[in-house]
Design a binder for this molecule. Structure first.
Ligand code: 1HN
Length: 345
C-alpha cells in the first residue's frame, strides 16, 4: 500500500491558508478514517458487576431525592469512549436506575428509543402510552421513540432496572430532545397478554388498531418459557435464542437496537462469530463466562458487559446443573438498515 503524504510535509503557510478557510487536506487522515480491513473501535470490552453498582445506587437514593434527579441513574460508561460520553458502544447507552417505594418519575417523551430490563424488586410500574406495565425481574418494557412514559412504585423494596437506549446515536445525529408531560391517563388493553402466544395474532373484526408498537411489555415468565420450550423441542439447536419482535410484523421491537434472550444449557459453550455491531450482555439468571478478545468476564446474575463490533465472543455456562439466561442488546437493526451489517468467519 502507498504511503500517503503527511500534514507535516506541507508548508506551514499553506496549512495556515487552509485552516483560515475551514479547509482540511484529506490524504493525511485518509487511512485513519478508512483503516484497512477492520474498523478502528473505541469500544473496549468492559464488565460492570452488579455488586459494585448496587451499593452506590442505593447511596444515590440517600444523596439525591427523585425530584432532584427525575431519573436516578448511574450510567455504565465505556472508558474507551471516555466516561463523560456516557456510552457503552457507538449506539448503546446503558444505565442502572433506582426507584424507591412511593417515588414517581414524571411523564416525559423523547426521541431516543429506550427499553428497561428489570433487575430486582417488585411493585414498580412504567406507564407507556397509557398502558401500565408492571415490572418484575427479567421483564422487558419498551419505551419507543415519542411515546409518553413515567415510572411509579407501590411496593416495599427498592426497584432497580437496566435502561438501554440508542441515545448516543440519536444525540450524534443532533436529533435528541425531550418534552415533559402530565400524569398519564391509563387506558385498558394490555399487549403483553394479547400477544403472549406465538403463531396466532389478535384479529380485530370491526376495527384496525395498527399500532406501531402493539406490545410494550415482554414478561420474563413468557420469554423464559419460550426458551425452555425451544430447548426441549430442538436438542439439535446450538443456540437457543429468541428475538424481541413486534408481534404484528415480526420485525425488531425497536428501530435502532436489537434485543434478544439467550439460553445456555448446563455446561454449554457457545461461540458467537465476529459481527459488525457492538453488543451488550446482561445476566438474567445463572452465570456465564464471557470471553471477548483477551478478556474473560465472569458474569453473575444482574451483571452487564459489552463487546465491540467485529469481535468474536465466547459464552460458557460453567454450571453443569443449571441453565443460564442472558439478555443481549446489539446494534444489528441499525447496521442492517445502513447496509453495513457483516458476519465474519
Ligand atoms: C430516560 O427517559 C429514562 O425514562 C432513563 O427512565 C434514562 C437516559 C437518557 C435519556 C433519557 C427513563 C434516560 C432517559
Amino acid at each position: 500500500m502507498n504511503e500517503l503524504g503527511r500534514l507535516e510535509d506541507l508548508p506551514q503557510d499553506y496549512r495556515d491558508a487552509l485552516t483560515q478557510r475551514n479547509l482540511v487536506p484529506l490524504w493525511p487522515s485518509l487511512r485513519g478514517v478508512l483503516p484497512p480491513h477492520i474498523p478502528t473501535r473505541q469500544t473496549t470490552a468492559t464488565h460492570w458487576p452488579y455488586e459494585t453498582i448496587k451499593p452506590l445506587l442505593l447511596q444515590a437514593g440517600e444523596l439525591t431525592p427523585i425530584e432532584k434527579a427525575e431519573r436516578r441513574v448511574l450510567v455504565l460508561a465505556n472508558p474507551g469512549h471516555g466516561l463523560e460520553k456516557m456510552q457503552a458502544s457507538p449506539a448503546i447507552y446503558l444505565g442502572m436506575q433506582l426507584l424507591l417505594p412511593g417515588e414517581w418519575a414524571p411523564s416525559h417523551r423523547h426521541t431516543p428509543n429506550a427499553v428497561r430490563m428489570v433487575v430486582e424488586g417488585e411493585g414498580a410500574w412504567t406507564t407507556v402510552d397509557g398502558e401500565k406495565c408492571m415490572m418484575s425481574r427479567g421483564d422487558l418494557i419498551l419505551t419507543p421513540t415519542g411515546l409518553w412514559h413515567e415510572h411509579g412504585h407501590d411496593g416495599q423494596e427498592p426497584v432497580v432496572w437496566l435502561d438501554v437506549l440508542d441515545l448516543p446515536l440519536v444525540y450524534y445525529m443532533e436529533a435528541s430532545y425531550h418534552i415533559n408531560g402530565d400524569r398519564q391517563k391509563q387506558i385498558v388493553g394490555r399487549g403483553d397478554r394479547a400477544y403472549a402466544r406465538g403463531g396466532v395474532l389478535p384479529t380485530p373484526v370491526f376495527q384496525r388498531t395498527n399500532k406501531r408498537y402493539p406490545m410494550l411489555r415482554y414478561s420474563w415468565v413468557d420469554v423464559k418459557a419460550a426458551l425452555e420450550s425451544l430447548a426441549a423441542d430442538r436438542p439439535d439447536l446450538e443456540a437457543i435464542q429468541v428475538t424481541y419482535v413486534n408481534p404484528e410484523t415480526g420485525e425488531d421491537a425497536e428501530n435502532i437496537l436489537g434485543f434478544y434472550a439467550l439460553m445456555l444449557r448446563p455446561g454449554q459453550t457457545l461461540s458467537l462469530p465476529a459481527r459488525s455491531p457492538a453488543q451488550v450482555f446482561h445476566q438474567i439468571e445463572g452465570s456465564v463466562e464471557v470471553t471477548v478478545q483477551s478478556q474473560v468476564f465472569a458474569l453473575a446474575q444482574a451483571d452487564t458487559c459489552c463487546a465491540p463490533g467485529y469481535t468474536a465472543v465466547r459464552l460458557r455456562n460453567g454450571s453443569t446443573e443449571h441453565a443460564a439466561f442472558v439478555f443481549i442488546a446489539d446494534e444489528a437493526p441499525l447496521h442492517r438498515k445502513l447496509g453495513v451489517y457483516e458476519v465474519r468467519d
